[in-house]
Design a protein around this ligand. Structure first.
Ligand code: AMP
Ligand code: MG
Length: 407
């Protein structure tokens, strides 16, 4: 039996970042940028007005006051999308709107609510500072600036920036395709009638959701009965994927054929038992493929909580690495126990807890039964408390919690 850290090492050392693809900006959110992006332009491209008002030469207003306003002649008009027809002359103002280019020889804007209009004349009741309400050329970016770097996870603002520099389609790392197989004679899929001895298939659906949450593309391989040929055939369908995940049938029971099926596909197994609870039996192997990278195969345990927790700990980081992310792991926070948190097992525990915010950080409390069959303990959980084997965390003592969702 190996530690969680050793297991992760063995997994991550065998998965690589996938190649890139070009996507439209509509599809680029949360994807990992596969290229550096340089700006081909200044933004704004010229000094621009940041207000609806009047463009003028600030020097013309230097002596102005409420009693003796500067009197300028309104001699032009620049709407957004237009250009001034000629440079502004001494004693003149041009009507201007937000986003319009400053006329040549103007150096400031006065907002419309600060002036009075008297026929063709504009009364300016105060001195206007040079540069007031003007966005300088290149305030946002200059031509040649490196505006985004390869490896960045694209945010909404990044997408806007890419549109500004005309980088669409944009090159991003391909999302891993992940085949998901449930195994077990007792399983009935959605829409089927549950007969004696049978239960609904839930793992396929929680795993599909976790795959999506990790930023990958799920491919359902359905349910295989507890038969070697059936499991092998469905895995074979999935060999076009980058990753295969199965749940159940991975122990040493008489009906556990997952590892044998993988062996028939030429899989090389890199780990099996991991020192953790829930979830001890988890097999990771790679299946070499002609002409493309090996398929990474994770045989997860069948209990609904064990399948989800082992996905979080082992599959998610591998998927994130393939998708080009630098941050592979869920955040870990320190919380304090609200009541005793006991791990009676000798293996390291990943216990489901809810977190409550207080003035001095989070309080953690067990969600109730920690049986790996109780899916509702995952439903209630904000995170997984990481507790060493045979250890009880006393009330008020700190503990580490791996966050499963944003708090
Ligand atoms: P196994 O690893 O095959 O011994 O399965 C462990 C437990 O998980 C058994 O109680 C199974 O019935 C249950 N189980 C296996 N697969 C699923 C699934 N897809 N959905 C819900 N429960 C499952
Ligand atoms: Mg089974």
């Amino acid at each position: 039996m190996i530690s969680v850290e050793e297991a992760l090492d063995r997994i991550l050392s065998r998965v690589d970042v996938l190649g890139d693809e070009r996507v439209s900006l509509h599809d680029a959110l949360h994807r990992v940028l596969a290229q550096d992006v340089d700006s081909p332009l200044d933004m704004p491209p010229w000094p621009a007005s940041s207000m609806d008002g009047y463009a003028l030469r600030s020097g013309d207003t230097s002596g102005a006051g409420a009693a003796a306003p500067a009197r300028l002649t309104v001699a032009g008009r620049v709407p957004a999308g237009g250009m001034a027809e000629r440079p502004i002359r001494p004693g003149e103002a041009f009507r201007i709107f937000t986003g319009a280019p400053l006329p040549e020889d103007a150096d400031a804007i006065i907002p419309q609510e600060d002036v009075q209009v008297d026929g063709p004349a504009l009364l300016v009741p105060r001195p206007v500072g040079k540069g007031d309400f003007v966005r300088p050329r290149g305030e946002d970016m200059r031509r040649g600036d490196r505006v985004l770097e390869r490896g960045r996870v694209l945010s909404a603002a990044d997408i806007g920036l890419l549109a500004t520099v005309g980088a669409s389609p944009v090159s991003v790392i391909r999302r891993p395709r992940v085949g998901i197989l449930s195994t077990g004679d007792e399983l009935v899929d959605l829409g089927g009638r549950i007969g004696p001895g049978q239960i609904p298939n839930s793992n396929s659906y929680s795993l599909i959701a976790q795959v999506i949450e990790a930023g990958a593309v799920p491919v359902s391989l359905g349910i295989a009965g507890d038969r070697l040929e059936d499991i092998e055939a469905r895995f074979r369908w999935g060999l076009g994927c980058d990753v295969l995940i199965s749940s159940a049938g991975v122990s040493v029971g008489e009906h556990d054929f997952v590892k044998d099926a993988l062996a028939r596909l030429g899989a090389e197994q890199h780990l099996w038992l991991v020192d953790m609870r829930p979830g001890k039996p988890i097999a990771f192997s790679t299946i070499p493929q002609d002409g493309k990278g090996a398929v990474a195969a994770f045989a997860l345990p069948g209990n609904p909580v064990s399948a989800m927790v082992t996905f979080e700990l082992f599959v998610r980081p591998a998927i994130r690495r393939m998708a080009g992310h630098a941050r592979l792991h869920r955040p870990i926070v320190t919380a304090r126990a609200q009541e005793p948190i006991r791990n009676g097992d000798t293996r390291r525990g990943y216990l489901r807890v809810t977190l409550t915010p207080t003035d001095d950080g989070y309080r953690a409390r067990l969600t109730g039964s920690q049986s790996s069959g109780v899916l509702r303990s995952m439903v209630a959980a904000d995170g997984l408390a990481i507790v060493p084997g045979t250890t009880t965390i006393a009330p008020d003592q700190p503990l580490k919690v791996l966050l499963l969702r944003p708090l």
